[in-house]
Ligand binder design. Structure first.
Ligand code: CTP
Length: 471
């Protein structure tokens, strides 16, 4: 009897499944069940086959969030209904969920059903005499391991960015000293709005962790784009990652060392809806950040827009553009180690159009003028506060070693991790990598392995370097 775990499907299949499920108003698991049922319904002329596959519910460790206390703030969006599943997913993994609902949330789901699923009281009002006597809003904000806002509406995000505390939910967010994870959900046009993006930037700068939103169909018929709340299981994975280890608390050979890692692509806007990007998934950079943290380093990951979750035990700063990435990295100096893995866009549009560029019948396409972006690795490699060890990557499709040596020199790096990103190799977005480590003392050719193993081996090499050299 075979079983399917949705989390183990590749990203493209998952996305297809997500879109089908959204279209049919089903959960992803229900959708798989329907697909299997349809595909195994034998035509009349065929003898009935025994079922060859069943969908097991997600395979998970029922203790993976054992004893963790999640304060779940539900704000008023249509995605609030997904919270019911989220509560169930968190609780079946051993977490307790204490729900807080805004007035808006109550327009979509009732406190009765939320309380029944959470098996706890639902907190609603800031000035409720009864609730304040029970726990009080300050205790609510502190007596938890993580505050999760899901779904987070544009309005609630704006309040968070400004520090407004005019109801129970916003007051808790302001009064909490716990990690804060936000799962935005809204219409794609609202998500793309400049004001909303400004607020998101503020949240990220304030150290708030963000998951999603994802691309897909909206509740409004015929609308699609980025704005869907992340799937409950992806939110659970992010919660697990954030609660795995507080950043910098693991003890190992890199304890006491501060590391900066960049990862993912950058998005360079052309107009409010279009941007220049590349195929980087962030898998290699995120794995390196996690591997350095696992050896005890205090790691800050500066990530471009990716769909994977923040790695455990690492503080992640989310950025969009090359200039934002450079700003974030420079603010993090001094540090001991810099590993620049991001596939930074070399160019950006010379002037971002304030409005969507429209097609004009009969006119030629508008020219796209490009300006060079700052080189983050080169800036760090020649910085007055240069880290003791600076590692760059070289994504090449030809003359791998010569190009890597050139980058080592030009960018002031100590090592360049060179990889062949020709489409046939499947490195960009894939799970495996074949790298060469180019330094002034020579070239090490590592066998092909998965990106997590490359990350672990690189982190060990970095630790050895600090053990053997007084840097
Ligand atoms: N890099 C960077 N900032 C840029 C461009 C690249 O920090 N604006 C870093 C990357 O993170 C990587 C290294 O420089 O560590 C090499 O990136 P790569 O894309 O291979 O090289 P480029 O400098 O972009 O040169 P080219 O595209 O011409 O190969």
């Amino acid at each position: 009897m075979a079983s399917i775990t949705i989390r183990n499907l590749d990203e493209a299949t998952k996305q297809l499944l997500r879109e089908r499920a959204a279209h049919n108003g089903r959960s992803m698991e229900e959708e798989v069940r329907h697909l299997l049922r349809d595909s195994t319904q034998a035509p009349a002329s065929f003898p009935a086959e025994p079922a060859i596959a069943t969908v097991s519910p997600e395979i998970f460790d029922p203790l993976e969030l054992d004893g963790k206390r999640i304060l779940l703030i539900i704000t008023g969006g249509i995605a609030a209904y997904k919270c019911l599943d989220l509560i169930r997913r968190l609780r079946e993994r051993g977490a307790s969920v204490r729900p807080v609902m805004t007035e808006g949330a109550r327009a979509f789901i009732t406190p009765l059903v939320v309380g029944a699923l959470a098996n706890d009281k639902v907190f609603l009002e800031l000035f409720s005499r009864e609730d304040e006597q029970d726990v009080g809003h300050i205790s609510l904000a502190r007596e938890c391991d993580l505050v999760l806002v899901a779904p987070a509406t544009a309005d609630f995000i704006a309040k968070m960015a400004l520090g407004i505390a005019n109801d129970l939910a916003s007051t808790i967010v302001l009064a909490s000293n716990r990690p804060l994870l936000v799962a935005p959900a809204m219409n794609p046009i609202m998500w793309a709005a400049a004001a909303l993006q400004r607020n998101m930037q503020q949240l990220r700068a304030d150290g708030v962790h963000v998951i999603g939103p994802m691309r897909g169909e909206m509740a409004e018929s015929g609308e699609a784009g980025t704005g869907r709340m992340a799937e409950p299981l992806d939110i659970v994975a992010a919660v697990r990652g954030l609660l795995a280890e507080a950043p910098g608390t693991i003890s190992g050979p890199l304890t006491g060392k501060r590391a900066i890692v960049t990862s993912g692509p950058t998005h360079e806007p052309i107009d409010p809806v279009r941007y220049i990007a590349n195929r980087s998934s962030g898998k290699q950079g995120h794995a390196i950040a996690a591997a350095l943290a696992a050896l005890g380093a205090q790691v800050t990951l500066v990530s471009g827009p990716v769909t994977i979750t923040d790695p455990p035990g690492v503080l992640t700063v989310h950025v969009e553009t090359a200039r934002e990435m450079l700003d974030a990295v420079e603010q993090l100096l001094p540090a001991d180690i810099a590993v620049m893995v991001a596939a930074v866009a070399d160019w950006r549009a010379s002037g971002e159009a304030g409005e969507k560029i429209k097609k004009k019948p009969g006119e030629a396409p508008p020219p796209l003028q490009l300006t060079e972006n700052p080189d983050i690795l080169k800036t760090v490699g020649h910085h007055a506060k240069r880290p003791a060890l600076v590692v760059g990557f070289a994504a090449e499709t030809q003359n791998l070693i010569d190009n890597a040596k050139g980058k080592l020199q030009r960018k002031g790096a100590d090592w360049i991790v060179a990889n062949d990103v020709s489409p046939a190799k499947g490195v960009m977005g894939g799970d495996r990598n074949h790298v060469r480590i180019v330094s002034r003392s020579g070239v090490e050719d590592w066998p092909e392995m998965d990106k997590t193993s490359v990350a672990a081996r690189l982190a060990e090499k970095i630790a050895e370097r600090f053990e053997t050299t007084e840097v």
